[in-house]
Design a protein around this ligand. Sequence first.
Ligand SMILES: Nc1nc2c(c(=O)[nH]1)N[C@H]1C(S)=C(S)[C@@H](COP(=O)(O)OP(=O)(O)OC[C@H]3O[C@@H](n4cnc5c(=O)[nH]c(N)nc54)[C@H](O)[C@@H]3O)O[C@H]1N2
Ligand SMILES: Nc1nc2c(c(=O)[nH]1)N[C@H]1C(S)=C(S)[C@@H](COP(=O)(O)OP(=O)(O)OC[C@H]3O[C@@H](n4cnc5c(=O)[nH]c(N)nc54)[C@H](O)[C@@H]3O)O[C@H]1N2
Ligand code: SF4
Ligand SMILES: [Mo]
Length: 747
Amino acid sequence: MSLPADGTYTRTCPLCEAMCGLHVTVADGEVAKIRPNKDDVWSQGFICPKGTQLGALHHDPDRVRTPLVRGDDGELHEASWDEAFRRCAEGLQGLIQEHGIGSVASYIGNPTIHNYSLSRYVAAFAPMSQLPVTYSPGTVDQWPKNVTCLLMFGDMWRFPVPDVDRTNYLMVMGANPHASQGSLLAAPDLLGRFEKIVKRGGEVIVVDPRRTGTCRSASEWMPIRPAGDAALMLAMCQVLFAEDLVDLGAMDGRVNGVDELRAFSAPYTPERVADATGIAADEIRRLARDLAGAERAAVYGRIGLCNQEFGTLASWLVDVLNILTGNFDREGGAMFGNPVAWSLLNLPNPEYANGVEFGRWKSRVRGAPEILGQIPVSCMAEEILTPGEGQLRGLITIAGNPAVSAPRADQVEEALEALEFLVCIDNAVNETTRHADVILPGLSNMEQAHFDEAIWSWAVRSAVKYTPPLFDAGDRPEEWEILLTLAAIVQGADPGDIEVKALDDLFYGGLVAGLAQMPGSPIEGRDAGAIVSASQGVGPARLNDLQLRTGRLGDGFGANPDGLTLDKLKEHPNGLDFGPMVPRLDEVLRTPSGKVELVHEHITNDLPRLDAWLNRDQPGLLLVSRRHVRSNNSWLHNVPGLVSGRDRCTLLIHPDDAKQKGIEDGKPTRITSEVGSIVAPAEVSDEMMPGVVCMPHGWGHDRPGVRQSTARDNAGVCNNFIAPGDFIDVPSGNAAVNGIPVEIAPA
Ligand SMILES: Nc1nc2c(c(=O)[nH]1)N[C@H]1C(S)=C(S)[C@@H](COP(=O)(O)OP(=O)(O)OC[C@H]3O[C@@H](n4cnc5c(=O)[nH]c(N)nc54)[C@H](O)[C@@H]3O)O[C@H]1N2
Ligand SMILES: Nc1nc2c(c(=O)[nH]1)N[C@H]1C(S)=C(S)[C@@H](COP(=O)(O)OP(=O)(O)OC[C@H]3O[C@@H](n4cnc5c(=O)[nH]c(N)nc54)[C@H](O)[C@@H]3O)O[C@H]1N2
Ligand code: SF4
Ligand SMILES: [Mo]
């Protein structure tokens, strides 16, 4: 293996949607420092503390570089790739022969979307392996938004994005870019962009039970009781209709359901929802009037609106408000991103060619309906632990850590231990992978290329950039090769006979042929054979080139000779920028009616549940989650530079609540939900609204067998041990990990 020469290299950070440009300086074959790349056309010198630590991640002595296989002694030992794949074949094929293919499932984790190989090749793994069930943290994340975008616009992965650079009024609901750096909203230095809104005389209102760091860059904090958002926004709709403030603007004639919406929202007067939301009626009226009155406005909602009890209603109402106030698909409002390379996620889904259907099958144990092809991840443990026909016995995790990230993580632990066979494609021996029979490590980010597959679809500007690999990975396989090999193994192949290149040709050829025949695809009607033979490279690079060349600025394989190709893009290490978002609803819309569907019964059928919530006695304390800029879900706590300083895994509690419960700052505190209890140090702070307490997720690393020394020393506790698995947003099946009723006491 050759080491990179000393020098400074241009890269893109893969950790979050900000996609920051970096300058990585290498000395003596090691990353010596990482600085922001001021010339990056997209991030222009912005960076956060995580980006500077990618070298530590690459050089992490605990990072798994060689496959690990469980030996007769019960321990994980290094093994050759041949041996590891042979063990996968024995384990998986044995289960499938005896119990059928339904006895094995996959779990596809969050880093997948940020990884050059995985983001493009999970699309190959699913059809080629034919595993019937896929779990993902999507159902603890954005599933409600996927449901509403599919029903309203006809594409579950096409999210309206607030045009933060040109708006004058922004409502930020259930999002904390101070920590997350933006989500389903790609824009580096989002807080700087918020500050500019305020500076140009506009307003940024943060609606959140916690006065987050984002509030410092905003003009106003509007505290809200957890799960109150749907009621708040329905009341805002009621005001808009009652005061004749509805003005569709450019959406006039392009929307179905305005009258139905008027009727649905009529009962939700501000007075009716004030107590439950914790927001006074006149404040709700003010919000509605200001939103309608602003010259350019946008409402933006994120995970606090999704992984809560009314995730679908809330996610829906965000776009409803943008539409009713004439702020949809226009500058300064909510718009669709305009990617230069198309994403596999945005291809038309043939399953919904004749309309969207939910509940086409149900989970075995709980009877949970399939929603968008998945059942809630909170079903996974019970499917493993409940004996009987159809029991789940084998699992393949791909870049995921459900033993920390999923609700009832304690039960997930038990279930992973009970599995007959567990394969993990992962670079760490952590809470999940410590249960594995085989761990197949991917390359580090610096050993592979980078070009975000999907995130540009919800970016505030139309930009594009490519990063080549920096470190040589030797003859270790890339993750797309691992995925194709595993898919073939699941299908019964002998590992010795698997030819990855042939499988890749099969996948690529099939994809291109399918797209050429697919109405509305980027290459509809083109000669598939000609495109395949003119394509270059293998694996994700070939696909990446296709996505770029057949994208809106691509060379179209000859149709537009001056257009972009991956090779041409490589000549621009700082990327290319093609300007801000543009109105493009007509290109994006894929509903059967050809109009935006403002109202859909799958969504509005959930209103009685909201009514029951409005009528019920509000319980005592409610637990919500938070993120921190120096964490990334569960997997950056092994980087010393990111866990130094004071303990971040604390229970935030308002001084009044602390006093009432006898809780002292810094003291161990017991937090108990209906399913369990954990202990964490209290952090008394008036940044919480009274009645709401807050814990970060992603912690709890001191479990036997975890081989992450720094994370073990900074273990924290796992808040998902007390997140009930059956507390969900019904229309999407998404977990509600915010708004959990809890009791608090000194420990
Ligand atoms: N540094 C860092 N960045 C990340 C991540 C990370 O772990 N660390 N994770 C990445 C991932 S996977 C995601 S999905 C994104 C998420 O990105 P964001 O959506 O910005 O997520 P959070 O920072 O958790 O902010 C959610 C906010 O919702 C609030 N909230 C909770 N319940 C409610 C409620 O009922 N109503 C309202 N209005 N607000 C509520 C919380 O108090 C919190 O401030 O971040 C990504 N970026
Ligand atoms: N209580 C609560 N729970 C939550 C949330 C919350 O807000 N509150 N947020 C939810 C959200 S939004 C999400 S996205 C999920 C995250 O849920 P998961 O995706 O299950 O968890 P991560 O912590 O992101 O785990 C990532 C795993 O991928 C591995 N990994 C990292 N990079 C790579 C790579 O390049 N290749 C491979 N093969 N492996 C890699 C890491 O070692 C780790 O094991 O958590 C959810 N859980
Ligand atoms: S904000 Fe931080 S983690 Fe996100 S891409 Fe930029 S440097 Fe990386
Ligand atoms: Mo997420």
